[in-house]
Design a protein around this ligand. Sequence first.
Ligand code: FES
Ligand code: FES
Length: 328
Amino acid sequence: MAEDKHPLHPESSEPIEEGSDPSHASRPLTRRDFLIRSNAGAVAVGVATGAGFAAGLAQRPAQASPATPPAAPAVPAMMRRVTLDIDGRKYEVTVDVRESLWETMNYQLGLSNCNLGCDRAQCGACTILVDGRAVNGCTVLTARHGRGQEILTVAGIASGPGPQGLHPLQRAFWLEGGFQCGICTRGFVMSAYALLQANKNPTNDEIKDALAGNICRCGEYPKILSAVKKAAAEMRGERVSYSAPLVSDDVRTSGGRVEGAVSRQFEFVTALGTIEQFDELSLELKQRPGIVEVSGSERTVTISWDPARLDEARVRQILAESGHPVKP
Ligand code: FES
Ligand code: FES
């Protein structure tokens, strides 16, 4: 579609008005265009200054010129020919030196392997790996990534087609429900991937630290944290189960409701300091076999459990073991 074409590329089919700047014809001014124009303005000033300097030189006595003029560049001065290595596949592209890796992947290569959120290095939705390091695809320049660097996107970590081919992180985000709208998910998966390559058994704080550059506007942080922990466990060779398989045969799920589970609200002896503290407790409780759902606030917690595995006394004991005893 015409609106998908990038203004930096000469092959764009956008109509260009006579006398106008062909790289910006008939498009609304975007933040990136503004930066590019500012840069172009600086270059123009530099060129004008250089021209004046050259004019001054022209008034001096003529000097011997080189015998052969320099060879014409193969590509325009602002363009570079690069070979990108993305998910193990090589792509030859000619790019504008101001073009981001995200722009090249989407506009030139048709790869939609990372999402665009803020386009200004603030949300992490576009996170990809370059030689194993998590970077923001919206901010790194393509022209600097065509010298053998290995670029890895969320599409490159799966081992095969279908659910069975998913990477443990992809499977964990899916089965643990670590997403709502999904805009942030690819970025979170890739930041977590980079973490788990270096640290096979990260603590909650280490996971939070590694994911600090990623923002989830839907607020699915507890489930994202839980998904990363479960993926890490699976990658260490441990047996991992998700919410549905934790429910025994006599507890059936229907339309998101757990049938047959026992549910009760408890009041903490000492209220929690913040709701974030509750999120961490909820995450910990959900790891316990037999507990199928946890909700609540700083003052109360409502727990649903599988009666074939637990009873109320055991649930109270689990809460006490977690450091948060509840009133009788
Ligand atoms: S889109 Fe790149 S950091 Fe937000
Ligand atoms: S799932 Fe919507 S922003 Fe994270």
